[in-house]
Design a protein around this ligand. Sequence first.
Ligand SMILES: [Zn+2]
Ligand SMILES: [Zn+2]
Length: 147
Amino acid sequence: MRNTIDIDLVERLRASGHRLTRERQLLLDILSESAHLDAEEIYRKAQKTLPQIGLATVYRTLNLLKELGVVRTIDLGENHSHFELCADEHVHFVCTVCGRVTDVPMPSALRSAARKRGFDVRRAKLEMFGVCDACAKAKRRPEAPKP
Ligand SMILES: [Zn+2]
Ligand SMILES: [Zn+2]
């Protein structure tokens, strides 16, 4: 899913006294093109445009963007974080076999359940783990007879 960078996000950066540096702009561009990347993947993509960028800068920038609420981390059951823009709210289906992540819109039933209880949702995070269609099919395929 391609998220467009919300003008709001850029404004939030400016309002907090942070300039939109080339590094910050680049990371936002990378995250708007592909979600769910981890820091190493973002670093490798960033190097293609800014070869001199360091891994430490990437981490520092990601942390800043996270503090400002522009970027959020998601836990895909690995021992490191993946990042995405806080552009819209969605649920993640995470395949535990191949690691594929599918974005699914937040079910409106959850929203109305919150409303019924007078609960004001400020942010949401939901990851569901299972096996994707392709992995399930691969598993069903009969194994080649052993010699
Ligand atoms: Zn899979
Ligand atoms: Zn996502």
